[in-house]
Design a protein around this ligand. Structure first.
Ligand SMILES: *Cc1c(COP(=O)(O)O)cnc(C)c1O
Length: 473
């Protein structure tokens, strides 16, 4: 027998394994556009491939492990890396971003401190500068790279909590929220649920003041005026750039002006829409974004980097650092970027590297084109669908989100819309999901991928119309 058992990998095996993974990865990416966008697989089939028989005592051959993974992916991964996945808000990774992510794995850096790896710390600093510049924010803005917008919101709102309580003479980091003055929190009634979750995690609770929205899902300024009137003390106000359903952007300039007049803090959830700041065509919708106190976005959505990467941008670096920064005897702090002071994580992956790779390769005009093209494709989808009698486009397509509703004689519209979604999902040509908007069931189409072409849109629209007709007959 070999000196090494199957479970004891040696360095010698590394090239062969990387090549095998490379081949499997290429197979996947080369075939994803041809595969059904949603797989028809059962959990039992996946358990069979992945070995539901329990963990082996002595380990297994490494290349067989990779083959089993590849098989499981082929059977049970969705086509979100392909061109006709319109579900949730999920982009497909740019080739350079996915390739850079392989380097992240090869380098195997712990992205906690400069002293854990100068290359990534400096890269992250540069990437942060590029982002602040691209998005037109103030030069002093501090930036953290989180798992997603959920933790970016947590970070931004932690900075808000610090700042407003410090102004009230309260040290929340030391004394917690026990007997702290209450900070009023005002949120859009159509906020993403991750805002509530961040408030929960921060001990601020979800008993908040909500702002009514207009027909497109943007907050109404009279509602803000009334809420500001009704609260005592400077509030935290959460608005959004890119409504989860419609893509609508709240009136950021007016919100910031009014909230700042009350010494409050404005947090902008830009998970979907913040990238529109990079576009000459669409930037105007986000006028005033540079006035916000904290903003978030996802690189893994519209920038098309691999999962996972969210971004938090805070206009008050001292509050940002006070809220999440940390020191410990064994940590070698530096004068350089110590990433631990920007996010709630301790050890973490160098997830900023694919962001750097995407930005460097696309440049300003490339990011702008990515946004512009997807908005144009979303409008094309809306136009194709609206041409069919019985299909209603519910929203103004201002970004990459399209809401669709179906109507036929003697059919309940909610039930019919749900049925069309189900049929399209089963069919495999494209995939999208449903939602509720203004109390009505809608089909939600989100165009986020650099890969999507006008041909993909037309084919998907035809498919949706075909399934609508089937559902009616
Ligand atoms: C996706 C999304 C979030 C949550 O982001 P994650 O990256 O999944 O953590 C928050 N807000 C909006 C508007 C989103 O679209």
């Amino acid at each position: 027998m070999d000196a090494h058992g199957p479970g004891e990998t040696t360095e010698d095996g590394f090239p062969a394994l990387l090549h095998r993974a490379y081949e499997h990865a290429l197979d996947w990416r080369a075939s994803v556009a041809r595969r059904p966008v949603f797989p028809s697989v059962t959990p039992d089939q996946l358990r069979g491939v992945l070995g539901a028989g329990g963990l082996s005592e002595d380990g297994e051959d490494a290349s067989e492990t990779l083959d089993a993974l590849a098989r499981a992916g082929e059977l049970g991964a969705t086509g979100s890396a392909g061109p006709r996945y319109f579900g949730y808000v999920i982009g497909s990774s740019l080739p350079v971003a996915a390739a850079a992510d392989w380097l992240v794995t090869a380098w195997d850096q712990n992205t906690t401190l400069y002293s854990c790896g100068p290359a990534v710390a400096v890269l992250e600093d540069i990437c942060a500068e590029w982002l602040v510049d691209l998005l037109g924010l103030h030069g002093h803005t501090s930036v953290g790279f989180t798992t997603g917008t959920q933790m970016a919101a947590f970070t931004g709102l932690a900075a808000a909590r610090h700042q407003l309580l410090a102004a009230a003479g309260w040290d929340v980091e030391t004394d917690g929220l026990w007997q702290a003055p209450r900070i009023p929190v005002i949120v859009s009634e159509q906020r993403h649920a991750s805002i509530d979750r961040a408030l929960r995690f921060l001990g601020m609770g979800t008993s908040v003041h909500t702002l009514a929205c207009d027909a497109e899902g943007a907050v109404e300024l009279p509602a803000l005026a009334a809420a500001l009137e009704s609260v005592e003390g400077p509030p935290i106000v959460c608005v959004q750039a890119g409504n989860i359903n419609t893509g609508a952007v709240d009136p950021l300039a007016e919100v910031c002006e009014r909230v700042h007049a009350r010494d409050g803090w404005v947090h902008v959830d830009g998970a979907i829409g913040l990238w529109a700041l990079a576009s000459d065509q669409h930037r105007r919708q986000l006028e005033g974004a540079h006035l916000a106190d904290s903003l978030t976005t996802d690189a893994h959505k519209w920038l098309n980097t691999p999962f996972d990467c969210g971004i938090v941008l805070v206009a008050h670096p001292a509050a940002h650092r006070a809220a999440v920064g940390v020191a410990a005897d064994y940590l070698e702090a530096s004068e350089q970027r110590d990433q631990i002071n920007t996010v709630p994580d301790w050890s973490r992956r160098a997830r900023s590297v694919p962001v750097y790779a995407a930005l460097r390769t696309l440049g300003r005009s490339g990011v702008s084109r990515l946004v512009d093209r997807n908005v144009e494709l979303a409008r094309r989808m809306a136009a194709r669908l609206a041409a069919e009698p019985g299909v209603e486009i519910v929203n103004d397509v201002v970004l990459n989100q399209v809401l669709v509703r179906f109507e036929a004689p003697h059919r309940a519209r909610d039930a019919l819309t749900k049925e069309v979604i189900r049929r399209v999902q089963q069919d495999g040509v494209c995939w999208l999901s449903g939602s509720h908007f203004a109390g009505r069931r809608v089909m939600r189409v989100s165009v986020c991928s650099w890969l999507t072409t006008p041909g993909d849109i037309d084919r998907s629209a035809e498919e949706i119309i075909r399934r609508f007709r089937d559902a009616c007959s």
